[in-house]
Design a protein around this ligand. Structure first.
Ligand code: FES
Length: 129
């Protein structure tokens, strides 16, 4: 523990997975936290209804970076329906929790993923069954 952060949070903050932009992304979700001004982009590649690739770019605090990193790992390989079900709480849980004052930071990651999936559905006109 470092100042209330779990080892998993510290690991994902220090070595974030799947950082970067997907140039030919099928869906992009951009979300911001009006309170702190942090911004996150989630990029997805979709094949046969599966989230084949997920990447992120985050200008934000350590918790926002760790949660973005974690959500890319949680979402990869999942169906679009499963991706939409990944909740804010799931992200914090997968990181073994976040300090209470930082819980709002995990909202961005789940909201960003959902926004990227909705963007994909809007662009393609596809509907989930
Ligand atoms: Fe802004 Fe964490 S302080 S997302």
């Amino acid at each position: 523990m470092t100042d209330g952060y779990s080892e998993k949070v510290m690991d994902h903050f220090a070595n974030p997975r799947n950082v970067g932009e997907i140039k030919d992304a099928d869906g992009i979700g951009k979300v911001g936290n009006p309170t702190c001004g942090d911004v996150m982009w989630i990029y997805i590649k979709v094949k046969d209804n599966i989230l084949e690739d997920v990447k992120f770019k985050t200008f934000g605090c350590g918790a926002a970076i760790a949660t973005s990193s974690m959500i890319t790992e949680l979402a990869k390989g999942k169906t679009l329906e499963e991706g939409l079900k990944i909740s804010r709480g799931n992200v914090a849980e997968a990181l073994d929790g976040l300090p209470q004052v930082k819980l709002h930071c995990s909202n961005l990651a789940a909201d960003g993923l959902h926004a990227a999936i909705k963007d994909y559905l809007e662009k393609t006109g596809k509907k989930l069954s």
